[in-house]
Design a protein around this ligand. Structure first.
Ligand SMILES: Nc1ncnc2c1ncn2[C@@H]1O[C@H](COP(=O)(O)OP(=O)(O)OP(=O)(O)O)[C@@H](O)[C@H]1O
Ligand SMILES: Nc1ccn([C@@H]2O[C@H](COP(=O)(O)O)[C@@H](O)[C@H]2O)c(=O)n1
Length: 231
């Protein structure tokens, strides 16, 4: 190079979508860490706004009330893959956004168009400011948020595998309940009118049912490296 600086790889934008429990977060974090990219968990942002609605007494089944409040909370995401953070109005909500209450209400809140518009704007701003590139995971990243992403991945897995992963060591009855809850949330996310959970036409589908997490990570890292090499 003329100025003697080492050549740097151009920023790469990776979109990873798929239903609940397919391994999006675990895979995205590991791929981003391995490749020196930023990482954005968009589900955490929808959970954060849902937590705010619940905390402020807003009926999450009242779409008009949710829409009217959609621009009130300040949601900040930290994008270091080793330590992703999420705050609402300065409060660390990493733990409370994972409660059963928030999980059961997040699909209703995320279906409200005003909420999606607000969160999508945040996501695009974060992606645009990622110097080396970013792995963004969610439900509508490849179709709506970042339709020009360099690489789009759509992860799938059987409902049984996903429920077993989520349930960990729990007994059979809990696996069944977890499976039903996953299916219900996926159905709500796939059938909403505004940017539903969907595979982009140009996404690479990876069925993770019979793959270890490490195999999925290696597969995605290879796909990113292929894209970079082809530029
Ligand atoms: N290929 C895999 N094999 C076995 N376990 C896996 C695999 N991928 C992910 N897991 C485990 O499954 C659980 C769910 O994974 P993860 O949270 O990454 O999924 P997700 O798609 O981000 O889910 P959600 O959309 O609900 O947030 C985690 O405990 C993770 O360690
Ligand atoms: N791009 C996205 C990401 C998430 N959602 C909604 O958030 C819920 C929680 O997501 P997790 O990944 O944390 O499980 C999810 O069920 C969707 O309702 C979304 O709409 N779009």
């Amino acid at each position: 190079m003329e100025n003697g600086a080492a050549p740097t790889a151009p920023a790469v934008i990776v979109a990873i979508d798929g239903p609940s429990g397919t391994g999006k977060s675990s895979t995205s974090k590991a791929v981003a860490a391995q490749l020196g990219l930023s990482y954005l968990d968009t589900g955490a942002q929808y959970r954060a706004i849902t937590w705010w609605m619940v905390t402020n007494g807003i009926d999450t089944d009242d779409a008009q009330a949710v829409a009217a409040a959609a621009d009130k909370p300040e949601i900040l995401s930290g994008t270091a893959p080793e330590n992703p953070t999420i705050t609402v109005d300065g409060v660390d909500v990493a733990a409370p956004i994972r409660t059963q209450e928030v999980t059961s209400k997040v699909s209703a809140v995320s279906a409200v168009p005003e909420v999606r518009a607000r969160i999508t704007e945040l996501q695009r701003a974060i992606a645009a400011s990622a110097v080396t590139g970013i792995v963004v995971e969610g439900r509508d990243i490849g179709t709506t948020v970042l339709p020009d992403a360099d690489l789009k991945i759509f992860l799938t897995a059987s409902a049984e595998a996903r429920a077993a992963r989520r349930s960990g060591e729990l007994k059979d009855a809990d696996v069944k309940a977890t499976r039903e809850a996953l299916i219900k949330r996926d159905a709500a996310d796939s059938t909403r009118k505004t940017s539903p959970l969907a595979k982009a036409d140009d996404a690479v589908e990876v069925d993770t049912t019979d793959l270890t997490l490490q195999q999925v990570i290696e597969c995605v890292v290879s796909l990113v490296e292929e894209k970079r090499a082809a530029r």
